[in-house]
Design a protein around this ligand. Structure first.
Ligand code: BEZ
Length: 185
């Protein structure tokens, strides 16, 4: 995959934009996938995870999107067939029930703003009960290093996301700096 890949989809189906675990583990049927970006958002490890990478008594940290004018957040857009879209969204709503709600965003392909269709994206805003908000990066790293939940260790979430972004040639300083810290001995 490459950020600059050409958009070659037809009009059928609907799009889901992944910027967290959906980047490396979509776990649903799709008919096309594209590296894409959305504008006006940045990815941050500011959401607590009590059901995947932590537990209620010791939440881990996972990503959400924070509004940030002019910023681009790179991820992967998946086109899902219309006939199965509702089922896919029902499954994802269940999987991502820990404080996320569904929003609509415009996809950017080929670095060209306004070029792509709209997509659904999961965003956990500051009003959800699991929201943790900003913290110094070394505090976030310490929390990640000590957290584990039903989906596995929190460190794995950070490193898999960082690896997937590198593979797409998508730079994200927040993710890459956190990866360095969580891997430090
Ligand atoms: C994702 O886009 O990968 C995602 C992030 C947070 C919750 C659900 C999905």
């Amino acid at each position: 995959m490459d950020i600059m890949g050409n958009f070659g989809g037809d009009a059928d189906g609907a799009w889901i934009f992944g910027y967290g675990s959906l980047v490396w583990r979509p776990d649903f049927p799709f008919i096309e996938q594209r590296v894409a970006a959305i504008e006006g958002w940045q990815r941050r490890f500011w959401q607590g995870s009590t059901d995947h990478r932590g537990v209620p008594s010791a939440p881990g940290r996972v990503v959400t999107l924070i509004e940030s004018a002019g910023e681009l957040c790179h991820g992967v857009a998946y086109r899902v067939e219309s006939a199965v879209y509702e089922d896919v969204m029902a499954t994802l709503d269940h999987r991502e029930k820990g404080g996320y709600s569904l929003e609509s965003v415009a996809l950017i392909y080929d670095g060209s703003r306004g070029s792509g269709p709209d997509a659904h994206v999961y965003i956990a805003n500051e009003h959800n009960p699991n929201y943790l908000g900003p913290a110094p990066l070394d505090h976030i790293a310490a929390q990640v290093r000590r957290s584990r939940g039903p989906s596995g260790h929190n460190v794995e979430y950070v490193t898999r996301l960082a690896e997937a972004l590198r593979h797409m040639n998508a730079h994200d300083e927040h993710v890459f700096a956190l990866e360095q810290l969580v891997l430090k001995q």
